[in-house]
Design a protein around this ligand. Sequence first.
Ligand code: GAL
Ligand code: ZN
Length: 672
Amino acid sequence: MRYGVAYYPEHKTPEDLEHDLELLISSGINTVRMGEFAWCRMEPREGVYDFDWLEYVVGRLGEAGIRSILCTPTACPPAWLVYRYPEVLYVDNRGENRPFGGRRFYCYNNEVYRKYSARITEEIGKRFGRNPYVYGFQIDNEPAQEASGRCCCPVCREKFRKWLRKKYGTIEEYNRRSGSIFWGQEYESFDQIQIPVNTIETGAVQALPLYYENPSLRLEFERFASESQIEYQNIQEEILHRWSRRPVTTNGTGLATNSIDYYESTRTLDCYGFDYYPGLRDARIDSFPYAFARGIRDGAPFWVMEFMSGGGHKFGGTGRVQPNPGALQQAVVHSLAHGAEMMLHFQFRTFPFGAEQLNYAIVDMDGVPRRRYREMKDTAALLKKLEPLGKAGFENKAAICVDYAVHWALRIKPVNDPDFRYLDYAGRLYRILEEQGCNADVISYGADFSKYRLLILPAAFILEEDKREKFRNFVAEGGILLATFLTSVKNGDNVGYTDILPAGLTGLFGAEVQEVEPILCRNHNQVRLNLDGEEFVSTDGMWCDLLEGSAKALGTYESDYKKGSMIISENAYGKGTACYLGTDLEEEALGALLRYLCRKSGIRRNAVKAGGRLEVTRRILDGEEYYFVFNFTAEDAAAETEVPMYDYLKGCVYEKEIPMKRNGFAVLRRMS
Ligand code: GAL
Ligand code: ZN
């Protein structure tokens, strides 16, 4: 595993640099990431390049066995570029220019900016492409982060119009498919189309909150902006790949920003890279983002380019609490357990200046190595022992299916927000499944379904016929499918289906939606589940798709006018079974339902019991089962095992109970 930190040599005096290099070298880490904000030092004047300072550091680290990840610096163009070409500036949905002075203030569609970005990338490729100490490259920094992924400048507007024209051919076709007749909005030409003024971008400000724009146009703008940024990224990708054989990636924001479709953007990259900042003080680290990361490339290892390093100050707000002793190490092993091949802390030493002054790092501003540094050092040593396990495979037989169009559409037209949030709900299903002893992958609708026995399809709000067919085939061939409320409601144009819902799938589920409503505090009802004779009762939640049909009712309503109506259905279809969950359930009942489906699909449950704050992940190496168990509580705990387990690190055997230290972990091999 590549393990290390982000580092900023361009900030340092020569003495500080020496001090830091010594600490870096003696820590035992093997990777350092640099350069993502240093354009003004790499090209201090137009066409004048200076990489000596960087090459020196790469060399010093390299001679000591530390490889570098070099970044292209395009998140922060230098002053000379911006003042010479002010048209490269980012314009937000309110029409506000982002002035020089922060970061990520460029338009990714601007040709001038693209040209200068290509040039600096080319220089980096030329200079470092074959440097033996360079491990790989990162393009830009967190594309789309801090509300920088939906530029609305005149260049973007023109390009968006062209993009629509290319997709639809004629304005009549666009009018028809987008339902422009609603509120009498039919366009005469593409030139009349404006970028929507309201946005779903995380952290952006609405321009006109009570202004309801066409949802089809809004979804198209999401797609266009995502594609534009991928195009921008690929200009750099192509250049770096021309100059180097080393892996090229970028650092996405995982499930935080969601302005770029990572399934698409990672196609040309060598792996998916992302940043993750979970809390590490008495907190369970959510592994859903890791499962998502693994699913981007069909199970391939991914890179964590930035990860928590400590607490203290923050940009603003409350600040950030320190990790428990042991929590940093636990978190690093946790990422390895879920398929990370690279893990870099952000960042090595606290900045005294700039917007991130005083913020968290491994080493404090004074440069004195303390407990977090020591923990990083111990972790670097530990990772050498765990190295062989990095190669272990995942043989998960269950997967949760997610999709960007669905995610965007549910933000454009939220459904019982904030109770129901699409990705949170997918994450909830993932976690509850894990607690039933079943680890799941997270995959796109386009993924290969053939290796799975159980697919979970949360709220597939937009579902097109080619995908519906994939799900039908999956079930026909023997798979078990659980779809939830809000499935197959709209087509890819973000327009509602006029068929009976779930559109195109009523045959698959043997059920038809009779009526729908949000579940709020005043209309809760009880659901009775009958799963192979075992009964459970649960309050409903979030949403209700009331069902009727030939399917078997696994769950029915208990009272009010819904009494006796089906809310969970099960239907035999071909060689498999398709279930529809019309509402959310409480954890116990949802767990029971998922357990029932695992049984039905013949999935073998994990031999170590998860639950509460204990997380269990199974990996397979040379035909043997390994379990990574994490105790995310601040207290000692014990995990239960059904069969004897060999402790890979301690060399002992547990028959039934595995002692777990506070923020501890165990790596176990199944013995029988
Ligand atoms: C990330 C960013 C880093 C740093 C970090 C928080 O979003 O990529 O440059 O700002 O957050 O400290
Ligand atoms: Zn723009």
